[in-house]
Ligand binder design. Sequence first.
Ligand code: NDP
Length: 346
Amino acid sequence: TKVLLTGGSGFIAAHILEQLLAKGHSVVTTVRSEDKAAKIREAHPAQAVSGDLVVAIVPDIAKPDAFDEVVKTPGLEVVFHTASPFHYRWTDAQRDLIDPAVIGTTAILQAVARSAPTVRRVVVTSSFAAIIDEAHTADPTHTYTEASWNPVTLADIHRSRPTAYRASKTLAERAAWAFVRDPANGARFDLVTVNPPMVFGPLAPAHYVPALDAVNTSNERVVDCLRGKWRDEVPETGAAMIWVDVRDVATAHVKAGLEIPEAGGRRLFTTAGLFSHAEMASIVRRNFPEYKDLLPTEETKGGELPPENERYKFDNSATSALLKIDWIPFEKSIVDTVNSLKKVGA
Ligand code: NDP
């Protein structure tokens, strides 16, 4: 099957790309610069030569016509839209975060609706950020499910950087559902969103990451732990206290896009469950004695989960029943993450 994958240079997308190619699909992926394109081609030489991997440059996803050309690739059947900013380094939240997220999402849907009549499904990488309601993170009577929506609005983006990021994902996902539901847009495809919480896991084997400082945002906390930043006090785990392994997130995309017709119209809440920074530190301590001097001890304070009566609940049984993924456990995920980070200098 021929598919389009936006943001192929990303942490999650590199795993999606690997799984797609391994299953024999033909992939067009977009990145924003030629040097990133070259790295992806070098990593998959056989498919780059055979034409099963084509890397296209889309320099700015915040332009409404960004994807107009690439969607004209003949024979595309499924589109995966993963490209969206996930970092906390922006200077202007509207320009650097909201616009690429929201305009990028509507731009791909618009382009497919207008110029890619063979596409039957678009899978958008949304987030638990679009599910969580910041007013209820400490509320044990509140259960987040596939039906839950973050009520955040543009007016909230100056509250904090995490809030602005959550707004970017929420507004982008709302725009996606609104687009496919409005008959005036002429969408002949259906939509699936994948809504993962914190994603940990190894870098895809062929993913080019030049240095530890270039590791994606969600894995940064594993990097911090390995670099000794948690030695004296383990930081709060925070409201994002549920997680999933990147390989399972990639599998969820591939299944939702290509293997499970009845996924159409669904939001997929992909999570393996609760985690805490304290648990992460103890897994590293148990499995990697070489980091002992940089790590907190069993007695070091901080990073525990809040008690059960001071934290939200979640229920993703509908997603688990649909995808039938046997979620990778936290210890395996962290061990594999650390082994992978060692290769980029940890
Ligand atoms: P990465 O930062 O590794 O990937 C982000 C991707 O989006 C990269 O390909 C990046 O390109 C691209 N991108 C970011 N900003 C722009 C922009 N302004 N214009 C063009 N391309 C851009 O992070 P992840 O792989 O984790 O994120 C992938 C998706 O998953 C995002 O949609 C994110 O919101 C979502 N997500 C991630 C979670 C996590 O914990 N990791 C949890 C839930 C959702 P470049 O390489 O050039 O920077």
